[in-house]
Design a protein around this ligand. Structure first.
Ligand code: LLP
Length: 441
């Protein structure tokens, strides 16, 4: 069965009677008018279709638990949706912990991971009742145990391991290979376990955590990942007489940014993971553990589009046509950072023939601020609404104030209604943290 991550567009996308693109029953040109641009638009139906697909695809394995990797898109509204969808949250910073807590999220269903959690962040995690901490390294084991001891708490921990699996994705977003900044090397696991057993009495080791990378199109890497982790569980049981009852496989399922991408469906990945669990628990004679997955991109990526207003343009004599829009690398850094490609349409001209080659440039003072290079679109005029598909993941969450650009607003659309979920930053907010020392006055 197909799942929404295999679409380029949100599942509710259509062309309405006015001849404009509509998502969630809302005309994109009207949204641009009402809320201004750049504007992130999130289709609630697509998000919920993905969460439902994950639950449905894994339902034959009742010990499966879903988490949303909030780094992909974190706001209070998304926390509410995830809570309603019965997902936990994977958090990786004090800011994400704070957002979840402020949204009233059930903190016992959160996991905190990261390779350099600070003293303050770990303390905050303990105080706010974060359910589980994925410990990344020896330094953190000692630090966390001290803090838990001081707060007289016992905390559930996973050991983050690097399983040594390489997947074919951009080098920056590969994480599971051996030469990685994340997690314990398999050769260090025994020492970590001895320390927890003998010294770190406030840490309750319950399992292993791994994440092999992001924007993954292959099934086999997940099959292999389960095999490596089950092998470790068996080895740890024999060597230390500890049975680890939880494993977390991370996230990583890819989405379809352009026609060139062929991501697999949630059902395919679920079948691979469940088969591998069954095979490896039989092979190693271990009781099947609770298995967590924490997808981010595939839950929110396809649901989101970014709207821009077309502004100035430049035809280089005998060269490219540049069409500038009112956003750029501050609201979507992925093209300049990863050479990421997107599918683009003009929201007010979806039926016009895409017969003009154009390069969509951002408005920032940097030649590399190009959002889409040499794509085919209908002839663009000033004021047209340019729609970039698939910006729901790692767009807003990686946005910046470069050139003191204001952070864009985000709206959630559903059944013809639109609601602000992030309001557009104001100039007062932008300057709100600036301080002029007295001696400069
Ligand atoms: N779990 C862990 C431990 C992770 O590090 C990540 C992503 C995820 C889950 C979620 O992975 P996903 O399902 O979203 O692929 N900024 C990059 C992506 C970085 C991913 C980092 N870790 C991008 O824009 O492509």
């Amino acid at each position: 069965m197909k799942t929404a991550n295999q679409n380029i567009k949100p599942i509710t996308t259509c062309i309405n009677a006015e001849g404009n693109i509509e998502i969630g029953g809302c005309d994109l040109t009207e949204l641009a008018n009402e809320y201004g641009t750049p504007l992130y638009v999130f289709d609630e139906a697509t998000i919920r279709s993905m969460t439902k697909s994950y639950k449905d695809a894994f339902k034959s394995y009742p010990k499966m638990k879903m988490m949303f990797a909030s780094k992909a898109f974190m706001t209070k509204a998304i926390c509410k949706i995830m809570q309603q969808e019965d997902f936990g949250l994977d958090l990786c910073s004090g800011g994400e912990i704070y957002t979840a807590k402020s949204a009233g999220f059930d903190m016992s269903r959160t996991l905190f991971n990261g390779n350099n959690k600070t003293y303050e962040e770990l303390n905050m995690a303990l105080e706010y009742g974060v359910g589980t901490i994925s410990v990344d390294n020896f330094f953190e084991l000692a630090l966390l145990n001290n803090l838990a001891e001081a707060q007289n708490k016992n905390i559930r921990v996973l050991l983050r391991i690097t399983p040594g699996i390489e997947c074919h994705t951009h080098e920056y977003i590969q994480t599971g290979h051996l030469d990685s900044k994340f997690g314990f090397d398999l050769a260090q696991v025994d020492e970590a376990i001895e320390l927890i057993k003998d010294e770190y009495k406030n840490l309750n080791l319950i399992g292993l955590h791994a994440h092999i990378g992001s924007q993954i199109f292959e099934k086999k890497v997940y099959y292999d990942e389960v095999g490596v982790i089950f092998g470790e569980i068996k080895r740890i049981k024999e060597k230390h007489n500890i049975f680890l009852s939880e494993i977390n496989l991370g996230g990583g399922l890819g989405i379809k940014y352009t026609e060139k991408d062929a991501p697999i469906s949630v059902y395919e990945i679920a079948e691979t993971i469940i088969n591998s669990i069954e095979e490896h628990s039989a092979k190693y004679e271990i009781e099947a553990p609770f298995v967590f997955i924490e997808p981010g991109r595939s839950i929110v990526g396809t649901s989101g589009v970014t709207l821009y207003t077309a502004g100035s343009s430049k035809q280089v004599p005998n060269g490219r046509k540049y069409q500038s829009v009112d956003g750029g690398m501050s609201d979507n850094v992925r093209p300049s950072m990863y050479q990421a490609e997107y599918t683009v349409e003009i929201a007010n001209k979806p039926n016009e023939k895409a017969d003009a080659k154009v390069t969509i440039s951002g408005k920032h003072c940097e030649s590399g601020d190009i959002l889409a290079k040499d794509i085919m679109l209908p002839e663009i005029e000033e004021g047209d609404i340019v729609c970039f598909y698939n910006t729901g993941a790692y767009g807003y969450s990686m946005s910046s104030n470069y050139n003191r650009a204001l952070k864009a607003a985000a709206v959630l659309v559903n059944n013809g209604k639109s609601d602000i979920i992030v309001s557009r930053q104001t100039y007062d907010e932008l300057c709100g943290s600036d301080v002029i020392p007295d001696r400069l006055n």
